[in-house]
Write a protein that binds this ligand. Structure first.
Ligand code: ADP
Ligand code: ZN
Ligand code: ZN
Length: 666
């Protein structure tokens, strides 16, 4: 009798023994159908992690699992090692990790019958596209990476437009020539069709697959199989693709490595960027992390020579300059609906010159809150510790956290006053203000409300590229990696709010965002200008932005972090609890903090439990407990011991908890 130890998608930290029928096909890494539950009347898809002769369970308790018959080769040891690492490091059950790493179609008990459609590269093309000559810094970067065949992490720091993507393309070409596959991670590739387009023109004869959650289930499974079976030579994907098994992987690239979307915020909470580095280490491969504003973690690694720093200091296109950035002091200014006379004048000039402008405001909706001046009512979300946002375009009040929405009331729900007012500004309001000032301009708003899916987004991009818009109004969606040829002016409004946010990571994020949106302005033939309105023009962050000085500002922030004992100079984890009442959540966390095992780890500090900033979400009260240590090994030794004891604590009233390692948000 053969015993198969299965990974199953259940929240338990162990494997499950099943009997399997002998078969020449039987291998570790194959998927099976396994009866599950007390009466064995439910079935689950499992993955064989080990094969054994004996089980510790008495034979009569062993149920029988059945091999799936779908000709998928066994998952490889590489894949399992990455999953095991993720499971240990992020305190997530191995079964959950393994199964969430597979495309959804492969976890279905009864997958729909699909025609076996083969993916193919484009039509063979003989003439290779003409390539630009690399500049010296690009050349050096390509050379440094190309010569490594073992684990070698690189941080490619290059200002916007410095030719980072060109470096990636060269490195990819070299790998393809060696018969290797390349994994390119990019944040939200569904929003950056330009990257896909550049890859397909550069490598017309190569099968390239995209992997992201916007894909239909069948398409995703097909792309994943192609990568796993080695047919696809380039895999471009969002965070979930970091697990994609690839037999000939030769290089990993993580574009915009600082981007927060690499962090998975629910289920297994992991950082795809960090896992990519670990994967490169396991598989003994070079990895390139690229950014114009690297995360402070990566920058600090480069500072300590754990990553090799590669710099591209200038724009690649000859003659192209970085845009001139001006911080406009608005303290003593009379603003027209939040817009300074200078910004309005600059917009007017661009209209006259038939050039494009962009006004950046990172808040969507019309106004963040609706309020009644008579009685003080405001549009709180009844389920969350947040206000519902006014969306005038479709006459809704909408909670951006839980999605709850209603029509905008005609009068105050408590006192009947009819003069209820929207307070503050979002992109919709900015759009209508600009329309008032420039009645003849073609104004296009770009945010998650106007571009809900890839189709709408591509239509908007096409409109912009065709020059059908004079003024773009938008959130950070517009900031990411797009080339708008006639865009010469960027106005930034409302950025100050992030300067004083309680979140100590806010400045790092704001800097990256402003650098990125500024990078949209100006091309070789048309110089760019950025006007940033602020009431705090002397703030060090703005000074650094004006000077395009990422390294200087990173140093400032790292010094602050060192003094405060924050990451990357300390290692953190968070225990969160959600319950119907705040008291239940806090009591649980306090019990967790008082567990005796905590005493065994003197280098691990536990803070007081506190309500989270968003302390209520969907009627659940939320609290957290921060865990910190100057030593990562200590923290990693402590967490599993603590987690196991936590699981034995009595839980009241459907309390739920989870641990997050390296949290980005609090
Ligand atoms: P990044 O990824 O750093 O923003 P890109 O690789 O997209 O930069 O390059 C910006 C622009 O410069 C692109 O239009 C690209 O084709 C061009 N470019 C890149 N490298 C060179 C080079 N060595 N010579 C001329 N143009 C280049
Ligand atoms: Zn009222
Ligand atoms: Zn809500």
């Amino acid at each position: 009798m053969t015993i198969a130890r299965l990974a199953l998608d259940v929240p338990l930290y162990r494997l499950f023994d099943y009997r399997v029928e002998e078969s020449p096909r039987l291998r570790v890494g194959l998927r099976v159908k396994a009866p599950f539950g007390n009466f064995g009347n439910r079935e689950k898809i499992g993955v064989i992690v080990e094969l054994a002769e004996k089980s510790e369970l008495p034979p009569e308790q062993l149920k029988t699992a059945e091999l799936l018959d779908d000709e998928l080769p066994p998952l490889t040891p590489d894949f399992f090692r990455l999953c095991e690492f993720a499971s240990q490091y992020y305190q997530a059950p191995l079964g959950e990790v393994i199964l969430q790493a597979l495309p959804p179609g492969l976890k279905k008990l009864h997958p729909p019958q699909r025609r076996a459609r083969k993916l193919k590269a484009g039509k063979p093309v003989k003439t290779a596209p003409a390539l630009p000559d690399l500049n010296a810094e690009q050349e050096a970067a390509v050379h440094a990476v190309q010569t490594r065949q073992d684990y070698a992490p690189f941080l490619l720091y290059g200002v916007t437009g410095s030719g980072k993507t060109e470096v990636y393309l060269r490195l990819i070409a070299l790998q393809l020539a060696k018969g290797k596959q390349v994994l390119l991670l990019a944040p939200e590739i569904n929003l950056t069709p330009q990257l896909e387009a550049r890859l397909t023109t550069r490598f017309p004869n190569t099968l390239i697959v995209m992997l992201h959650s916007d894909l239909g289930e069948a398409a995703r499974e097909r792309a994943w199989r192609c990568a796993f079976q080695g047919e696809a030579r380039i895999v471009v994907g969002t965070r979930l693709s970091v697990f994609t098994p690839m037999p000939d992987l030769g290089l990993i690239i993580v574009d915009e490595e600082h981007d927060a979307s690499y962090k998975q915020q629910d289920g297994m909470r992991y950082s795809a960027r960090d896992l990519a580095v670990f994967r490169a280490r396991l598989a003994k491969l070079p990895i390139v992390l690229g950014s114009a504003t690297p995360s402070l973690e990566s920058w600090a690694h480069a500072g300590h020579n754990r990553y090799t720093l590669l710099c591209l200091r200038e724009r690649a296109v000859s003659g192209a300059q970085l845009p001139a950035i001006r911080v406009l002091d608005t303290r003593r200014m009379k603003l027209a609906d939040g817009l300074s006379p200078q910004l309005i004048e600059a917009l007017r000039q661009r209209l006259a010159a038939k050039e494009q402008s962009l006004v950046f405001l990172n808040r969507r909706g019309y106004a963040p809150v609706l309020a009644c001046p008579a009685c003080g009512w405001i549009s709180r979300c009844p389920r969350c510790a947040a206000n519902r946002v006014v969306h005038l375009a479709d006459q809704r009040l909408r909670c951006h956290h839980c999605g709850l929405e209603t029509r905008i009331p005609r009068a105050c729900p408590t006192c009947g006053n009819q003069d209820i007012l929207p307070f503050g500004r979002g992109t919709q309001r900015l759009e209508s203000m600009l329309a008032g000032v420039f009645p003849d301009a073609r104004i296009l708003r770009v945010d998650r409300d106007s571009a809900k899916n890839r189709k709408q987004w591509e239509a908007l991009l096409a409109q912009i590229q065709a020059g059908e818009a004079d003024i773009l109004v938008g959130t950070q969606m517009l900031a990411k990696g797009h080339d708008f040829p006639r865009l010469t002016l960027v106005g930034v409004v409302g950025a100050d709010a992030a300067l004083f946010a309680a979140d100590w990571r806010a400045p790092e994020r704001l800097f990256a965002q402003l650098m990125q949106v500024s990078g949209r302005a100006g091309r070789a033939d048309l110089p760019g200008e950025v006007i940033l309105q602020s009431e705090y023009p002397e703030h060090p962050l703005y000074r650094a932005i004006t000077a395009h000085d990422y390294p200087g500002y990173a140093e400032t922030l790292l010094n602050e972090r060192r003094q405060a004992g924050f990451p990357p100079y300390a290692y953190q984890a968070i225990l969160r609890a959600e319950a119907a009442s705040m008291e239940t959540a806090l009591t649980f966390l306090q019990q967790a903090a008082n567990l005796p095992c905590v005493q065994d780890y003197p280098d691990v500090a536990l803070y007081d439990p506190i309500p989270m900033r968003l302390f209520r979400l969907m009627n659940q009260e939320r609290a957290q407990l921060l865990i910190e240590s100057p030593s990562r090994p200590q923290l990693q030794a402590f967490l599993p011991v603590w987690r196991e004891t936590l699981a034995t604590l009595p839980r009241k009233n459907k309390l739920r908890w989870h641990i997050e390692v390296d949290p980005l948000e609090f």
